[in-house]
Design a protein. Sequence first.
Length: 92
Amino acid sequence: MTGPVTRTTNLAFFLARADQARAEAEAATLDLVRERSRRSEAAWSALAEKAQHGERLRIEDQKRKAAVADAISDEDKNSQEHFKGDFSASAR
């Protein structure tokens, strides 16, 4: 369970830093400081977007793997039932 918590924490950190940079840009009186803060906000926001995208991909991959595992499990059950049916018919 540590993995998702860490990812969520990273996302929250990136978003918090973007908010902080935005606030610094709004409060800045010097143009260069304002521009630097806006670039910082853009960078942190991009990291947050990448983290969100990665998390969506991870969730989709987990769902896909679960579906494949379910399909394999169903095939195994069907195969076992077919084998049992063949065995009981030949025992007669």
